[in-house]
Every structure is written in structure tokens, then in C-alpha cells.
Design a protein around this ligand. Structure first.
Ligand SMILES: [Cu+2]
Length: 390
């Protein structure tokens, strides 16, 4: 690494010296200079046409991209606020797209149109108050509008009515896995602290806290459709980010503090699987997988399983070597299915007690098995009081 830095520094020093000699050369007015470095009409034409060519390439590439890859964008948001979020995104995209389409076209077309030519003089244009006023005031209003609209949408998304019937779930991040903790019947998450991590209690839940007694930890996140869920986010080690793209939700998980994001799921996993967009997406993925499977089978390896859609909670902060695989399956159930699933999940208190019992059994002194010793019958014969050996 140090040698790479030294090479870069030497290279930059070299470039600086080269530039300085060029500047020195330019200052030698009237001297007999080498003019090969000065652009002539041919150079200017090449540069001008390259500018125009780039403009054409840029627009063709953008139009191609829109047709070829627009199906990759997630549509059908699975949360209540998702539509507001998507509207904000599409309006911002629209404005940015419109402005870039015009300004880039003008930029590259003018670079082509006003390319240098021998005898052509640049017009000295000091300023134009009217023009400057227009190109300042229009972006001010457009950007202020976008920012205000964004703030309004964000405030609406983040607002949680304390009186509303909500459900509290903790999402606990660590390198490189997620754990969900349900608040149980009391709907209050028990206290937790990283210092209380011990054995099976990997989330550091305070087992002395009465509110923690009914808490449930799972490695798969089940949530009921239609219920507002307030996620409390914690991290054990480094910065992580809980990203649930289908629910248009993302929030950082910061060690030492609790962050929050809330949403109401509006589509069960099964309903999402039935949408036209998802059917097509899964079909396309499976087409790629079956092609890959054919290659694998030809090489004597086992084929890939067909893909079925599931919501995912991903980590969206590069948090270490296995960050790419830090994910948890999310299942949106109907309220009945959710209750059925939840009642089969053991509480953390129970798993901690079970672990203690198992440990105690392991450490308990084991009765030494009685081993019958072989006894030499001749020796037994000389013992005064013979002991019967069974
Ligand atoms: Cu992570």
C-alpha cells in the first residue's frame, strides 16, 4: 500500500513538472515556438463531431436502458406508505430527467456548433442580469418544491400515532445475521444491553425485567397484514442498515442506540406472489436458473432449485466480509396465520431456562461406574477375610 502511494505521488509530481514546463513555454511570447500543440481546424472539427457523437450515444443509451431494464424496478409496494414514497421518487426522477435531457442536449450541441475555427473570435460576454435571474430563480423554486414535498412525505412516513394499536418488534443486527424479537402479550419489549449477552441470550435481553418474560426471538420475521408494526432497531457491533425494499423501508442500526421505523404491510407474501409483475419476475429468474442448471448438470453438478418469491430484510451498509449475505426472510401472513405461527414460538425466557437445565445436567457429577476387577483366585485364597467380588 505504501509503495502504491509513493508511485502515485511520484506520478503526480511528474505531471506537475510537465504542466509547469508547458506553462513556461506558453509565456515565451514571440519566441520561435513549436506550434504542433496548438489546435488547428482539423483538430477542432474532430473534437466538435466527437461532442455531437457523444450526445447521440448518450440519448440512444438512455432510451435503450429505459426499455431494456425498466422491468427491474420494484413496483407494487407492499406497505401502506409505499405509494407516497414511490410518487415522491417518480416525481423527482421526472424533474431530474427533464432537466438533464435539456441541459445535456444544449451543452454538447453548443460544444459542437461553436467549435473553434481559424479566424473565429469568441464573443466577450460579461453578464446578463435577466438571464442569471431566470436560471437562478427557476432551480430555487423547483428544488425548494422537491425538498418541501420530500420533507412532508418523510414526516408522514415517520409519524407514529402513540394511541394507535401498533405492534412492537425489535430487529437486532450483528455481523452477519438478523434476529427479530417480538414483544409478546404485553406488547412491551424487555430491556436489553450488550453487556447481558450470555450463552443462548445472544441479544442481551435483561431476563430480570418483567417485560422481557414473554419476549420471543426468531430468525424469520413474520408480520400480520394490516397491522402497523413499529420496528426498534439495534446493532451489536458495527453500523448496519435494515433494508426492506418491498416495504420501501430503510433505517440504520447504530451500536449503542435504538432507531425506529414503522410501516403497515398491505400485501401478504402469497398476494405478492400472485401479482402480474412478480409472476413475470419469477419466471424470468427461473429461466436464467434453468439455463444455469443445464450447464451445472453437464458438468456433473446438481441443478439449482427453482426460485420462489419471498420478502427479504437485507443489510444495506457494507458491514464486513459477509455483508452481502446478511439477510432474513420476511413472511407477511394473514392475522390468523400469524397468530398460529406465533403461538408455536418459544419465549426467550424458556430457551434460557432450558439452556441452564441442559448445562446443569452436563456439569452434574456423574456416578463412577463400578468396574469389576479381575481377581487372581490364588491371591484371594491367602486373604484372611475373603471379600466376595461380584
Ligand atoms: Cu450488516
Amino acid at each position: 500500500m505504501t509503495s502504491l502511494l509513493v508511485i502515485i505521488v511520484l506520478l503526480l509530481v511528474g505531471v506537475a513538472i510537465w504542466q509547469m514546463t508547458k506553462i513556461f513555454d506558453l509565456t515565451q511570447v514571440g519566441a520561435n515556438r513549436n506550434r504542433s500543440q496548438i489546435a488547428d481546424n482539423k483538430d477542432n472539427n474532430i473534437q466538435g463531431y466527437l461532442m455531437f457523437g457523444f450526445l447521440v450515444f448518450l440519448y440512444i443509451f438512455v432510451i435503450y436502458g429505459l426499455f431494456a431494464w425498466s422491468h427491474l424496478v420494484l413496483i407494487d409496494p407492499a406497505s401502506e406508505h409505499g405509494t407516497d414514497y414511490d410518487n415522491l421518487m417518480w416525481i423527482t426522477f421526472g424533474v431530474v430527467f427533464f432537466v438533464i435531457a435539456i441541459t445535456q442536449a444544449l451543452l454538447f450541441y453548443f460544444a459542437f456548433k461553436y467549435r473553434g475555427a481559424e479566424g473565429k473570435q469568441a464573443v466577450y460576454f460579461a453578464d446578463n442580469d435577466k438571464l442569471e435571474f431566470i436560471w437562478t430563480i427557476i432551480p430555487v423554486f423547483v428544488l425548494a418544491g422537491l425538498i418541501l414535498y420530500g420533507l412532508y412525505t418523510w414526516t408522514n412516513i415517520m409519524f407514529v400515532d402513540e394511541d394507535e394499536d401498533v405492534m412492537y418488534v425489535e430487529l437486532y443486527a450483528k455481523q452477519f445475521a438478523w434476529t427479530a424479537r417480538y414483544s409478546g402479550k404485553d406488547n412491551v419489549l424487555g430491556k436489553a444491553n450488550v453487556r447481558l449477552i450470555e450463552g443462548i441470550n445472544t441479544m442481551g435481553v435483561d431476563m430480570e425485567d418483567p417485560n422481557a418474560q414473554d419476549d420471543i426471538a426468531t430468525t424469520e420475521l413474520h408480520i400480520p397484514k394490516g397491522k402497523k408494526i413499529v420496528f426498534k432497531l439495534r446493532s451489536q457491533d458495527v453500523l448496519h442498515s435494515a433494508f426492506m425494499p418491498h416495504f420501501r423501508a430503510q433505517m440504520n442500526c447504530v451500536p449503542g442506540m435504538v432507531t425506529q421505523f414503522a410501516f403497515r404491510p398491505i400485501m401478504t407474501t402469497d398476494e405478492m406472489r400472485q401479482t402480474e409483475h412478480m409472476i413475470e419476475k419469477v419466471h424470468n429468474i427461473n429461466k436464467i436458473r434453468s439455463k444455469k442448471s443445464t450447464e451445472l448438470v453437464a458438468n456433473g453438478e446438481s441443478p439449482l432449485d427453482p426460485y420462489t418469491f419471498d420478502y427479504l430484510l437485507l443489510c444495506n451498509k457494507i458491514c464486513g466480509a459477509s455483508h452481502y449475505n446478511m439477510q432474513m426472510k420476511i413472511v407477511v401472513d394473514t392475522p390468523e396465520d400469524y397468530q398460529n405461527w406465533l403461538k408455536n414460538q418459544p419465549t426467550i425466557a424458556k430457551t434460557v431456562i432450558d439452556e441452564k437445565i441442559a448445562k446443569a445436567a452436563e456439569n452434574a457429577p456423574v456416578a463412577t461406574p463400578v468396574i469389576a476387577k479381575k481377581v487372581d483366585s490364588t491371591k484371594v485364597a491367602v486373604v484372611a477375610t475373603p471379600i466376595a467380588v461380584k
